[in-house]
Design a protein around this ligand. Structure first.
Ligand code: HXC
Length: 529
């Protein structure tokens, strides 16, 4: 199993520190009462209802996400200011969102956790200000922001004020992008424009069956288009982690999602000013793995599992795969090599022969840009027959979307290490972190094939009216089914034995630690979005 696995913890009992205070003054009594109010949220009945749906409360979630005893709450006493629709009498301290900071694996993180038991976790203006406070501080301090989303959306009673609250969060999400990692877990409903805050964050997890994201819910869909659709089909985790790509990973329950968020955070630097933490690794893992020498099938049309190759190259149990179900013809995720975080990008020959299509291009481009923004070196494993041909792809704009991948690799200045395991054809060869895109260390296994296209297609075009196509194909294969042509020109730095891949990458990563490269000054580029 490649996924990092840690045993799920039981939900720790929530502590109430205010009980320790002696009530010798009225003021302390009132403070205690308010703290208890914030702690209890919408009350036991609503907490029971939350549990009955298989969901944890906002505070239970934070207790699982953060290292024990590290949560420091801010703004527990904040209350909304709305007086319309009888809201003046309905105020609960904390106002439906629990905010603050804590630690994950000993490192700081800023958090907010929406409390569905208070007005359905809906977003009021004051509630938004609490969120903005932690976001601002996270950016100043340089620490990630984790959002636990469980909300009925804009607080209806507040009208435009709640919309102002959302706007301010979107603005702050945009400013924080590339400064500190922003992570979201969808743990309940998320409707309307509210989906755009998670969409602006770097990685979004969903909880299967209990979380939903849509711009308009099933009722509005029915009214506008007459289409009948369930919440699950419209905005469930399957839709978003397999089809739309809006969310990256899905988990069976709150605990699993939170545990995986802890694992993911451990791969990431705190901000764009820092490097990712270096973690201990099993030193008995050999630098050479003989099994890699025979991983490539003798028949070039037979697939093999690139996940297995990754597993044999990276530190044991260190592949946190991002979006495994979306565009599975490309694999992306975080690994470690001798304890250092790297971003892995790899074609997967098991799916569509590893060809690049629209979804694969977008998935990889976004991942590469995250790694580049946060100083995470990129390791690319290449086995790609080309871009997927056909009208569906051309109609969908493979040129525009493929250009995103070209852009992302070309723009990246982090160390870029590339291993061609088998096919590297045409434009896809160029795109997949080739030497020509400022690759720092480009090597191939002896099984590599680097050419403009495959033998059959090439001979059909250049010798269309020529007899003896088979002999010509063989001649073409002899010339190009080898990495020598590219190596002779210096387009590859070396041809290596597959078994030495791990040790070579570790060596080169250490060397490239001090790499410095800058792009020309600009306000920002015009990426082909
Ligand atoms: C105020 C809300 C609320 C909201 C829910 N509640 N949503 N209060 N504003 N947006 C309250 C309910 O009145 C109820 O209060 C409590 O939360 C729990 O809600 P229920 O409906 O009982 O829960 P459930 O059956 O689980 O349904 C959850 C739900 C549903 C699917 C989220 O509440 C719902 O459809 N809410 C509205 C969703 C929506 O359309 N929001 C606006 C989206 S537009 P009581 O007191 O009865 O317990 C938007 C614009 C953002 O967000 C724009 C940004 C640019």
């Amino acid at each position: 199993m490649l996924k990092t696995f840690t045993r799920l913890q039981a939900v720790p009992a929530l502590k109430r520190p205010y009980y320790r205070w002696s009530s010798t003054s009225t003021s302390l009594d009132r403070i205690n009462a308010k703290r208890k109010e914030a702690h209890d949220g919408g009350g036991q009945k609503k907490i029971d209802a939350q549990h009955a749906k298989g969901k944890l409360t906002a505070r239970e979630r934070l207790a699982l996400l953060l290292d024990e005893g590290t949560f420091r709450e801010t703004d527990a006493f904040v209350e909304h200011t709305c007086t319309d629709f009888g809201m003046a009498e309905k105020s609960i301290a904390g106002d439906g969102v629990v905010t603050g900071q804590g630690r994950v694996h000993g490192r700081p993180v800023f958090v907010y956790s929406q409390d569905f038991t208070v007005f359905g976790g809906s977003l009021s203006q004051t509630n938004a200000r609490k969120i903005l406070k932690v976001m601002n501080q996270a950016m100043q301090v340089g620490a990630p922001i984790v959002a636990l989303q469980d909300s009925g959306g804009a607080r209806i009673q507040e009208g435009v004020d709640s919309l102002e609250g959302y706007s301010a969060i979107f603005q702050q999400n945009t400013l924080a992008s590339g400064v500190v990692p922003q992570l979201s877990i969808m743990m309940g409903p998320c409707a309307g424009g509210a989906v755009y805050s998670p969409a602006l964050t770097d990685f979004t997890f969903m909880v299967r069956n209990t979380s939903h994201m849509f711009v308009t819910g099933p009722d509005v869909v029915k009214a506008v288009t007459n289409e009948s659709v369930t919440q699950e089909r419209l905005g469930g985790s399957k839709t978003h982690t397999r089809t739309s790509g809006v969310a990256h990973n899905a988990y069976d329950n709150d605990m699993e999602a939170l545990q995986n968020m802890r694992d993911l955070l451990d791969y990431l630097p705190l901000s764009n000013r820092e490097k990712a933490p270096v973690r201990a690794y099993a030193e008995d893992q050999p630098g050479e793995d003989e099994a890699l020498d025979t991983v490539i099938p003798t028949d070039p049309s037979v697939a093999y599992d690139m996940r297995e190759v990754i597993r044999r190259i990276v530190d044991r149990h260190s592949f946190f795969e991002i979006a495994p179900e979306f565009a599975p013809n490309i694999l992306v995720g975080f690994s470690r090599l001798a304890g250092r975080t790297v971003g892995m990008v790899a074609n997967q020959p098991m799916v569509s022969s590893g060809a690049l299509d629209i979804d694969a291009s977008v998935k990889a481009a976004r991942f590469i840009r995250f790694c580049d923004a946060f100083n995470i070196p990129l390791v690319t494993l290449v086995d790609v027959p080309g871009f997927l041909p056909g009208t569906a792809q051309e109609d969908g704009g493979i040129i525009r979307h493929g250009a995103k991948l070209v852009y992302a690799y070309s723009e990246a200045t982090v160390p870029k290490l590339t291993v061609i395991t088998r096919k590297a054809y045409g434009g896809a060869y160029i795109v997949m972190s080739s030497k020509h895109m400022r690759g720092d260390y480009n090597v191939a296994w002896p099984s590599a094939e680097i050419a403009v296209m495959g033998a059959a297609g090439a001979v059909e075009i250049i010798f269309r009216h020529h007899p003896g196509k088979e002999a010509l194909q063989q001649e073409y294969k002899d010339k190009f089914t080898t990495p020598l042509a590219a190596a002779r020109r210096g387009y590859l730095d070396d041809i290596i034995e597959p078994r030495t891949t791990r040790s070579r990458l570790i060596e080169q990563l250490a060397l490239l630690e001090t790499k410095q490269q800058q792009n020309p000054w600009k306000k920002h580029g015009c990426m082909p979005l």
